[in-house]
Design a protein around this ligand. Structure first.
Ligand code: GDP
Ligand code: MG
Length: 168
């Protein structure tokens, strides 16, 4: 059997919870060699989709998003994408269309999912539910509300992406 391996990029403004999400989902092998050589790193986790073994490689940025300087190496060969914004960061929500355009310009139209993280902080939310749903509809993306902190919907996000990728 040839195992399916999918490179997933997780993008969005700084501090929305991307690194936390990757670590939460994977708790796996830390490939620090990559970090040293090209300034990015990834964690991986295997899952089963329709009795098929699928390996997700979740690539993390080394905080370069703060400087709008994510390297081409980060995007190269990406096969799926998680777009993340935070419940308590209005700017991170407004930046989503730009992030999506950036990914499309680098790697084309790959399976993508929209995630509103930190849903545990809903009381302090600066984004209306209707707005988030309207954005997802406009960008034609499946939308999940999630909390890395409370481990809410994280597994579902990656399961959806893997399934979507295999459907192509
Ligand atoms: P990144 O810059 O997008 O990689 O974000 P980080 O993963 O470094 O997270 C930024 C901050 O948000 C950290 O203090 C995390 O502990 C916190 N954080 C991440 N996910 C959640 C969440 O679901 N809820 C809450 N309340 N905090 C979170
Ligand atoms: Mg990070």
């Amino acid at each position: 059997d040839l195992e399916v391996a999918i490179k997933v990029v997780v993008v969005g403004n700084g501090a929305v919870g991307k690194s936390s999400m990757i670590q939460r989902y994977c708790k796996g092998i830390f490939t620090k060699d990559y970090k040293k050589t090209i300034g990015v790193d990834f964690l991986e986790r295997e899952m089963q989709v329709n009795n098929e073994d699928v390996r997700l490689m979740l690539w993390d940025t080394a905080g370069q998003e703060e400087f709008d300087a994510i390297t081409k190496a980060y995007y190269r060969g990406a096969q799926a994408c998680v777009l993340v914004f935070s419940t308590v960061d209005r700017e991170s929500f407004e930046a989503i269309p730009t992030w999506k355009e950036k990914v499309v310009s680098e790697v084309g139209d790959i399976p993508t999912v929209l995630v509103q993280n930190k849903i545990d902080l809903l009381d302090e939310s600066c984004i209306k539910n209707e707005e988030a749903e309207a954005l997802a509809k406009k960008l034609k993306l499946r939308f999940y509300r999630a909390s890395v902190k409370e481990d809410l919907n994280i597994t579902e996000v990656f399961k959806y992406l893997a399934e979507k990728y295999l459907q192509k």
